[in-house]
Design a protein around this ligand. Sequence first.
Ligand SMILES: [Zn+2]
Length: 266
Amino acid sequence: MDLTMLGTGHAVVTQCYNTCFVLHEGDKRFLVDGGGGMGLLRQLRAAGFDWADMTEIFVTHKHLDHLLGILWLLRLFGHGFAAGKCPREVHIYGHDEVIALLRELAELLLSPRETACLGHGVELIPVSAGERRTILDREVTFFDLRARKDKQFGFSLDLPGGALVCCGDESYKPWEEPYVRGCQWLLHEAFCLHSEADIFRPYEKAHSTVMDACKTAQDLGVRNLVLYHTEDTHLPHRKALYQAEGAQYFTGNLFVPDDLETIRLC
Ligand SMILES: [Zn+2]
């Protein structure tokens, strides 16, 4: 299985796309979040994906930088299903607030032709904390991050050798430990370098620094840590700068991907 980052930035980046990614294996795709708009379609294309293959989708929370790209996908699926060009059912998972909002926004913003696919090809599926689903032929467990801002879910996906855990876009919190401790892959936000915390003020936004995320991963015995949802002021040097700071605190494998970079998971 591979992880392709479509975007790696925080909410208001302009030099890269908002954080969202595709887990994929063979011809199966699992899209997590949509970024803030139709840039999702550009990023999917640039990564070599066909939007019509994004038949399993999870939205972590209702913020603009995660949700709005999904509306563009819905628009395409609406036309695709209306034209008989989408043979496979689409499943969009999210907690109750996300699903209700997606339905409402679709009805307000899309045409009747485009929304006709809802319930007829595109299934909006509310999931509760602790609920398990099979996605990519793997067991996925959704859990409540009990985020400081709005309600947000993460997930754990079973892989040979240990789980991949996505902690959304807020700092790790102790109640996530049952999922995170000893996991094989942890996807965690890092807003900026710790040495630049005074400039970017991550704590005001419930975010972490590279040091914080790396200390968490070290303490919890994580083997591979992927950092995302970052600031974008020195993108060409982000990988080197973040890895240099992170290596002081984390002895596992640290990944600081660029947009469109693919990481082999297993
Ligand atoms: Zn975000």
